[in-house]
Write a protein that binds this ligand. Sequence first.
Ligand SMILES: Nc1nc2c(c(=O)[nH]1)N[C@H]1C(S)=C(S)[C@@H](COP(=O)(O)OP(=O)(O)OC[C@H]3O[C@@H](n4cnc5c(=O)[nH]c(N)nc54)[C@H](O)[C@@H]3O)O[C@H]1N2
Ligand SMILES: Nc1nc2c(c(=O)[nH]1)N[C@H]1C(S)=C(S)[C@@H](COP(=O)(O)OP(=O)(O)OC[C@H]3O[C@@H](n4cnc5c(=O)[nH]c(N)nc54)[C@H](O)[C@@H]3O)O[C@H]1N2
Ligand code: SF4
Ligand SMILES: [Mo]
Length: 746
Amino acid sequence: MAFNLTRRKFLQTASLAAASVPLSKVVSASTGVTKAPLDTKGTAGDKTVVGGICEMCFWRCQLVGKVRDGRLIKLEGNPKSIDNGTAICARGNAGVQLLYDVDRLKYPMKNVGKRGAPKWKKISWKEALDECGAKLKSTVDEYGPQGICVFPHGASAKYPMHYFERAVGTHNVSEASFFQCRGIRDTAYLATTGKPPGEKIDMANTKVMFFIGDHLGENIHVSHIKQYIQGLQNGAKLIVADPRFSAAAAKANIWVQIKPGTDTAYMLAIMNYLVKNNKYDKAFIEDHTEGFEEFAEAIKEWTLEKAAKVCDIPAEQIKEVAEMLAANAPHVAIHPGRHVSWYGNDFQRQRALACLTGILGAYYVKGGWVPAKGPKVGGVSWAKGEADHTYDLNINHHDGTKYYTNKPPGTPTELIRDCAISGKPYPIKSCVVWGQNPLQTIPGQQKMKDLFKAMDFVMCVDVMPTDVTAWADILLPESSYLERYDFIKKGTQWDLSKEHQQYIAARMPLVEPMFERKDQIYITNEIAKRMGNESKIPVQTIEELVDKSLATANLSIEKLRAEDGIHIQPGKDPYGIPEDFTVVLYNEDLVDDGHPGAPTYKAVPDNPKGFARLLYGRAPVHTFNRSQNNVWLHNAMPDNPVWINNEVAAKLGLIDGDTVGFVNSEGVKSATTTTVKVTAGIRKDCVYMYHGYGSANPALSIGHGAGVDDQSLITKLAVDPETGCNGMRNNFVKLIKDGKVLDIPA
Ligand SMILES: Nc1nc2c(c(=O)[nH]1)N[C@H]1C(S)=C(S)[C@@H](COP(=O)(O)OP(=O)(O)OC[C@H]3O[C@@H](n4cnc5c(=O)[nH]c(N)nc54)[C@H](O)[C@@H]3O)O[C@H]1N2
Ligand SMILES: Nc1nc2c(c(=O)[nH]1)N[C@H]1C(S)=C(S)[C@@H](COP(=O)(O)OP(=O)(O)OC[C@H]3O[C@@H](n4cnc5c(=O)[nH]c(N)nc54)[C@H](O)[C@@H]3O)O[C@H]1N2
Ligand code: SF4
Ligand SMILES: [Mo]
């Protein structure tokens, strides 16, 4: 929602939106898409506002809002959606509670206390923007643009991120989606197939799904889950490798209870078995791969027996999995993963996944990896300048080589933090945090606090008072995803075997922003003006940005509203491999850069005596930390019980529901406690908890202190040598009960 949209104008557009979805239009003549009636029980008679796009997580399902007396009372999937359809998940539903959360940021605030122990004073937007502009400008004047570091995430962070990268000119930007999430996957596939893989596997039409550490069902992305369920309903087999009996493992034909950190060894053995036994796709190898012989030679040591020992699973089971894959190839869906920053050896694991898909010939075929083409929509943002690598921390200045040859876009987090804390090779003095909570997102909490302490200025743009916002000097309240325009969401229909369709949607506000919240264009532009960058401003309002972007696809906000918030057009047949598609099994470029040419297993540190490895993952009804204060979601899962193996628990005298805290192998204790979940569904050498709990900010009246913050225990840093991304699962804990530290039996 733009700053200059008056209430009257807003109400006009809102009622226009409502008027655009009468029930008589439930079938779109242009597309033939059948829609369910919009009015569901309990909301009949309420206004339906179209154009919502969820951002309770980053999958961005398309929504409609039910509005009564100007108040949003319910969110539903947009019936026109060919992606999520009418379905949204628990978190999506609970967006209503985020919107009206009484703890939400309402006004610009200045910290008149200390960083980390703030005292907030309400100030005007003018004062806040003047201070941000002046402080950031003085950093640039004194230290250069590289003196600013940026920690962005989410749809609204793109425009400000581009401002700081392109108009101001700093390289020191570290996005959570790259350096703590999927960056490794994208660059590993890039080095193997020339393309980042997305999660584009055709699960609905496959014969076998193979998940290695993807816990679909707890990790929820609606249209992805639809594909997965459809696949199961169609009789697909499921193989799940996970040290824990995850929701997916519970549905699996084969559960591989793999030793943490050893997946690469496991896949090398599968591939070696397929090669040795002539069970690979010879035509695909001939036509679409490079380096097969070198690859086969490099992995030949990986016998079933060797991997069985390393991965602590039966050799017979590895063979069974390999046979199941071979028997159903090429219709096998090998999930490329999403959160893959695990152990610091992850680029190799991701390369192995991409190679295994190639060995089975499972690219561009029904049930395999199928990159269905989405519609073309141009972006609008700050103009890119000439690339100048003078202050690029990833370039070693002595000889011009890169530290991390396969890093995703931006600068690896640890390079930024080390530079900011040490002042070497140059000072970093201002920090901008926008839609990221680096204290709970990036391992090494103390290091993050040290970075903030080393700054002259810290500014934060958020919607809630989370752990990171307590470290800001100036804290700015953004309008939430339900109150603003932004993101263009585009894609293709979830079931690829149906007549193929593409869609384009743009986020539109479902209600007017409350209090003094502003959108990202207003905030960024006002700061840009104060930093002397007014002439570079690409758009004046968020509506202008969205409209210009839509215009590249012959659309506009108005047209999109008239189409119930989603434009649908015919797509292209997604199957059929392009002639020049190549899987580089043995990559000479990687060798030139000092890395192995074929995927290679690197062992991770073993458990110190008396400690269990700490594993973490998604809570089905929460998104990281961001939803912790949401009353509906909190009530559904108020803490994050620690999973502990039943035999271990028996030896320690622990039973379900016991209250425990933690101490890690570096002596760091958890600030809070949680409960125990005793289960045979986890290996004895690890414990597991849902990520995102244990908020430290008392301004969160519901989320504060609920459960344990896994990140607070992840103090030992591992960095993936090819990408510079953070590994997070090489940390070990003991449990503390009634003040007594319990040694985990070997
Ligand atoms: N230990 C551990 N660390 C992890 C992970 C893990 O599983 N375990 N997962 C990793 C992964 S996969 C990811 S993607 C990252 C996620 O990392 P983050 O994106 O940092 O996680 P969130 O908890 O969603 O925090 C985002 C911040 O954005 C704020 N926010 C929400 N909506 C808006 C908005 O509209 N505008 C603005 N300005 N702010 C908003 C929230 O209040 C919160 O402060 O974490 C990574 N780090
Ligand atoms: N409900 C919900 N859904 C979400 C999100 C959310 O916050 N909430 N976030 C979204 C985002 S941004 C992302 S990136 C995805 C992440 O979703 P995933 O990629 O599925 O998440 P991870 O947290 O990596 O996966 C955790 C699983 O890996 C297992 N694991 C741990 N170590 C190993 C190992 O060495 N080998 C193997 N094979 N498995 C191992 C854990 O036991 C756990 O089951 O989820 C998305 N969906
Ligand atoms: S999966 Fe759930 S939280 Fe994520 S965008 Fe869709 S409805 Fe929202
Ligand atoms: Mo992620």
